[in-house]
Design a protein around this ligand. Structure first.
Ligand SMILES: NC(=O)c1ccc[n+]([C@@H]2O[C@H](COP(=O)([O-])OP(=O)(O)OC[C@H]3O[C@@H](n4cnc5c(N)ncnc54)[C@H](OP(=O)(O)O)[C@@H]3O)[C@@H](O)[C@H]2O)c1
Length: 284
């Protein structure tokens, strides 16, 4: 699965350090983005571990992927998945499962995997969605999916782990000539339709995987859309101009502060406390 242009993603910061390939756990590996993340990580010479809740779907994955059976809503099934990993890419989705699915999968899945990781460290790439800070639109009012995905972002930020949070625009609504990636911050595109921005699924997967090794992507939150033009070649250059989230912040840099932690459900505050105790005291 490698070719001459492939850069092998390795553990450690030094590009030429003699270390083994990074082991990447993909949570949501059988999904429309997760499958492409598995392919891209293999292409980048990572060892890929795919978390699969339905073993029948494992045969759809590339044979190079290590399959681990587990369900993010059942914490007791997650310990094998996180053993010996260097990075996690979350591409979970509970579409169609309403508020319960949003809380238990999109949010609870991230919480349970972080809990399973315990005190071990791992680089995190979390996919949420453009418009995730829009609380008043019809979609969020009926599903609370934005709120729960945003809370999953907060868990990642308080975890103290190195992370990148990617909020993609509308999947595969791009025209064939729209591959110039544009990274935005502040989550101001909130129409709730493709006018917010579009991006190819494969490019979302590329950005998620490349964020794992670029120091320029660390502690950054951004919306990801594509404009007319060619795909980027240098991901460091793409990530570099972005602002990092302020240390200890719950939200992305420039996000609208419309989810005060004191108004959050007690169970969410308890999770924040448990996952990032010392940072929580500095929260707004
Ligand atoms: N569509 C868009 O334009 C757009 C834009 C931005 C963001 N988004 C967000 O992207 C997400 C959808 O991404 P996608 O298309 O990749 O989703 P998808 O194809 O529905 O995949 C979701 C993945 O999550 C897994 N999953 C669900 N519940 C699980 C559980 N309890 N334990 C373990 N794994 C579980 C699924 O496993 P199974 O295969 O077993 O079901 C699947 O692998 C949505 O949440 C949406 O909000 C979408």
């Amino acid at each position: 699965m490698t070719n001459s242009s492939t850069t092998s993603i390795r553990k450690g910061e030094e590009p030429h350090s003699p270390v083994s390939p990074m082991t990447v756990l993909v949570v949501g590996a059988t999904g429309s983005i997760g499958y492409l993340v598995v392919e891209e990580a293999i292409r980048q010479a990572c060892t890929v571990r795919a978390l699969v809740r339905n073993p029948g779907k494992a045969c759809e994955l590339p044979p190079e992927a290590q399959v681990v059976v587990g369900d993010v809503t059942r914490p007791e099934t997650l310990s094998d998945a996180v053993n010996g990993i260097d990075a996690i890419v979350f591409t979970l989705g509970s579409d169609g499962a309403g508020k319960v699915g949003a809380e238990n999968v999109d949010y609870g899945g991230v919480r349970n995997v972080l809990r399973a990781l315990g005190k071990r460290t791992a680089r995190i790439a979390l996919m949420t969605a453009i418009g995730v800070t829009n609380r008043t639109g019809t979609y969020n009012r009926s599903t609370e999916a934005h709120d729960w995905k945003r809370r999953s972002e907060r868990l990642v930020r308080v975890s103290g782990l190195p992370y990148t949070i990617v909020r993609p625009g509308w999947f595969d609504y791009n025209r064939p000539d729209q591959h110039r990636l544009t990274l935005l911050q502040g989550d101001t595109h909130q129409a709730g339709d493709a006018s917010d921005g579009v991006v190819a699924r494969r490019q979302i997967a590329e950005v998620l995987v490349h964020s794992l090794i670029s120091n320029r992507a660390t502690r950054k939150t951004f919306e990801l859309i594509a404009a007319t033009g060619p795909a980027p070649k240098d991901f460091d250059q793409l990530f570099a101009p972005l602002e990092a989230d302020p240390p200890g912040a719950l939200d992305g840099v420039h996000d609208t502060p419309n989810m005060p932690v004191n108004d959050e459900p007690q169970r969410v505050r308890d999770d924040l406390n448990a996952i990032g105790a010392h940072r929580f005291s500095a929260a707004p």
